[in-house]
Write a protein that binds this ligand. Structure first.
Ligand SMILES: Cc1ncc(COP(=O)(O)O)c(C=O)c1O
Length: 437
């Protein structure tokens, strides 16, 4: 028995479902992977096999694993005792860096996870506007809390009409009544957005969206859609919230809002912001953030919020993203990898496409024209994707399929042009297996 198989055996005896978190099961394998160590863009499993990482901790390790700048910052704060639940100088230093680079951020607060960040951000939006309803887009993911974990897991049979998408809860145990507080609209449909605002605009505390919809691979918003969203939220007095947990730092230091040149009222930042450590952020306009206690009456706190280790790691990471040339390298690698992958699909006569922006991308088996909405991803051949993920892992490229219609993948800044060549050679062999199915 391999060490990996033995580990899963043991884990199943003590961990619910054999994992520390549900999506750790790689659907392509039907079990989790166990990594013994990691360095830059490489991972090694318990049996010593090497993989090039195209999951990058679901986007958290944008600098790569074990980045020396992050490690040094963490070691320094540990040597100082890492006094948890107190403030130190690093909090304001990181806050200043973020306010300098993220267009909407005049003030920020720290949380542990992206889930907490969206939860607090939406509470704040309700506190500020005195309204309760939220508008969300079909398929957009905003974390695991009950306020917005709806309209995510629909299939072609259960999704309802485009005019009236079904607000299905994505888990058992959720209060179905919370769906009554939601207005669900398909992504990239400014016409339907207009109709939704005409019906519910005056009741909306906020409209929340993924400004680049990475949770369906990589879907870009159209200019008309984003323009309508910004205009309508202003017109009806609802706050525009960009959930940049995944898009922050992905294509530039100011994230999707800088890239799209659309400034929301509030935003969340996660994953890459912590340099691989548990840190997320919400922030935005000063007058809105002033509603938070102790200045205002809206609660946000937590024992581990702004943990010194995570804040030190985040500060080192954000400073690294701000170094000249950082995003030139990301764009160079992105271009080589995405065009290379597209060419491999063509060589193997596998119908499909690659859509990427910055350091994250989606692969769609089946669709040939641009994938623009959650419903478009229903055309993606999931069964083939799962075979591809298994074949890629077999060849030494780690993709993680966490479920859902289409998944996002990505690379880290430690990846070199040589590594891309290696990835493409390995995926050439993986695609040969999938094409022969
Ligand atoms: C856009 C978005 N929002 C929120 C979350 C939740 O973040 P976390 O997993 O850190 O709780 C995620 C996680 O994938 C995400 O992609």
């Amino acid at each position: 028995m391999s060490k990996t198989a033995a580990q899963y055996d043991l884990a199943q005896r003590y961990l619910a479902g054999g994992v520390a978190a549900s999506t750790r099961v790689n659907r392509g394998l039907g079990r989790p992977m166990y990594f013994d160590r990691a360095d830059g863009c490489r991972l090694w499993d318990l049996d010593g096999r090497e993989y090039i990482d195209l999951c990058t901790s679901h986007g958290a390790t944008l600098l790569g694993h074990g980045d020396p700048r992050v490690r040094e910052a963490v070691e320094q704060v540990l040597a100082r005792g890492a006094a948890c639940s107190y403030e130190n100088e690093l909090h304001a230093e990181l806050a200043r860096e973020l306010c300098e680079v993220v267009p909407c951020c005049e003030r920020v607060r720290f949380t542990g996870s992206g889930t907490e960040a969206t939860m607090h951000c939406l509470r704040l939006a309700r506190a500020y506007t005195g309204r309760t309803k939220l508008l969300k887009f079909e398929g957009n993911f905003h974390g695991y809390h009950d306020q917005v974990m709806f309209a995510l897991a629909a299939t072609v049979e259960t999704c309802g009409s485009e005019e009236n998408p079904a607000p299905l809860p994505a888990s058992s145990g959720m209060l179905p009544e919370l769906a009554e507080q939601l207005v669900v609209v398909p992504y990239n449909r400014p016409d339907l957005l207009e109709q939704a605002f005409a019906r519910h605009g005056h009741e909306l505390a906020a409209a929340i969206c993924e400004p680049v919809y990475y949770n369906a691979g990589c879907l870009l918003p159209t200019v008309e859609f984003m323009g309508a969203l910004r205009r309508l939220t202003r017109e009806y007095g609802a706050l525009l919230v960009f959930d940049e947990v995944l898009s922050a730092f992905r294509m530039g230091p100011g994230g999707a809002q800088e890239y799209l040149r659309v400034t929301p009222d509030l935003c969340t930042l996660g994953k890459a912001v912590g340099g691989g450590f548990p840190l997320s952020v919400f922030g935005g306009r000063r007058d809105i953030m002033a509603r938070l206690m102790p200045e205002g009456d809206c609660q946000h706190s937590g024992t581990y919020n702004g943990h010194p280790v995570a804040v030190a790691a985040g500060l080192a990471a954000v400073r690294a993203y701000r170094q000249p040339g950082f995003y030139d390298h990301i764009q160079t690698i992105a271009h080589r990898l995405y065009t290379g992958l597209g060419a491999l699909l063509a060589t193997h006569r596998v119908r499909g496409r690659v859509q990427g922006l910055g350091a994250r991308f989606g692969i769609y088996f089946g669709p040939q024209s641009e994938v623009r909405s959650y419903r478009d991803t229903f055309l993606h051949d999931r069964a083939r994707m799962l075979r591809f993920v298994a074949a890629a892992i077999d060849e030494g490229v780690y993709f993680h399929d966490y479920g859902g219609a289409a998944c996002h993948h990505g690379f880290c800044a430690a990846m070199t042009a040589g590594d891309v060549g290696l990835v493409l050679a390995r995926l050439d062999r993986a695609l040969a297996k999938v094409a022969a199915d």
